[in-house]
Design a protein around this ligand. Structure first.
Ligand SMILES: *[C@@H]1O[C@H](CO)[C@@H](O)[C@H](O)[C@H]1NC(C)=O
Ligand SMILES: *[C@@H]1O[C@H](CO)[C@@H](O)[C@H](O)[C@H]1NC(C)=O
Ligand SMILES: *[C@@H]1O[C@H](CO)[C@@H](O)[C@H](O)[C@H]1NC(C)=O
Ligand SMILES: *[C@@H]1O[C@H](CO)[C@@H](O)[C@H](O)[C@H]1NC(C)=O
Length: 259
């Protein structure tokens, strides 16, 4: 009685396991994955299967032509062809993850894993890799203010060829952006001397990298005031020096006359 129950439990376990593999292999092939990488960095391509019951995995790269990369079997990854450009850039990591190092722009493409299970079933999983360049640091361009109010246009600029999105954020909420233009790289600000200090951040990003640069309210409009103050100061200093000379001169003249 006792042993019978044990064996039926074992049978159920086995059945679950085998059906697991069959479902994994036949009914629901692993879904494709989209992976982003940065130029010069690494990408991880993790298979959605468990390492149990896998006999071998063959990896291919498809981008116009098909390059057979290598085979993972008995815990060892063997490259098929040492003269492909992937030579020494591939390794299997945790048995079911392919790691691609030293990413190049032309590695953008599809990596296919052809997985053979010990049961003989074969499934394929696709990884669509996109390699992005690092984001260039954006620059802020600033149109001169025209009226007594400080009405400035800020542009968040990146080199024209850069495939990045740019936007503005205000550090120190509440955000209060005047953006009449649908172009997110342009920020129109109307500031008054009483405008509280804020930091405007121009952000450039792609899915793998972000760079930013910021400018403060105080450096936008008070610049004009400050430089006027500086000019006034230097005029004032010149006046003082002139006065001192004048006083010295007069004293000298008086002294000479007295002697
Ligand atoms: C090995 O790779 C080179 C360069 O990609 C290719 O010309 C050659 O046909 C490949 N050899 C095999 C056996 O796949
Ligand atoms: C600010 O300047 C822009 C362009 O010079 C103009 O279209 C806009 O009406 C000005 N806004 C204010 C509030 O002065
Ligand atoms: C830019 O933003 C859009 C919308 O959020 C997104 O679909 C696109 O992938 C982004 N492009 C880059 C280079 O980040
Ligand atoms: C703007 O002001 C903040 C706080 O006063 C300061 O930490 C930051 O460095 C300033 N940024 C610039 C670009 O001057």
């Amino acid at each position: 009685m006792e042993s019978q129950r044990h064996s039926s439990a074992l049978g159920l376990l086995l059945l679950l396991h085998v059906s697991d593999v069959i479902i994994q292999a036949q009914n629901s092939p692993p879904p494709p994955r989209w992976v982003n990488g940065i130029l010069g960095g690494s990408a991880l391509l993790p298979l959605d299967v468990t390492s149990e019951h896998i006999l071998e995995i063959e990896w291919r790269f498809v981008s116009g032509v098909i390059i057979r990369l290598g085979q993972f079997k008995n815990r060892i990854f063997n490259e098929f062809n040492f003269s492909t450009r992937f030579h020494q850039r591939l390794q299997m990591y945790k048995e079911t993850t392919l790691k691609v190092d030293g990413l190049e722009m032309r590695d953008t493409g599809t990596f296919d894993a052809h997985i053979t299970f010990t049961t003989g079933y074969l499934v394929k999983q696709d990884f669509h890799l996109t390699v992005y360049e690092p984001v260039p640091t954006p620059q802020i361009s600033l149109s001169p203010s025209i009226s007594d109010r400080c009405n400035v246009t800020l542009r968040c600029l990146v080199p024209a060829h850069a495939a990045v999105n740019v936007t503005w954020i205000v550090r120190a909420a509440p955000a209060h952006l005047h953006q009449p233009s649908p172009d997110p790289s342009i920020l129109q600000l109307v500031l008054t001397p009483s405008t509280e200090e804020k930091e405007y951040v121009c952000v450039a990003s792609n899915p793998v990298d972000t760079k930013s640069i910021s400018i403060n309210t105080s450096s936008l409009c008070l610049n004009k005031g400050r430089s006027e103050f500086a000019v006034l100061c230097s005029v004032y200093v010149r006046h003082i020096i002139f006065s001192v000379f004048l006083v010295l001169e007069i004293s000298a003249v008086i002294l000479v006359n007295l002697l």
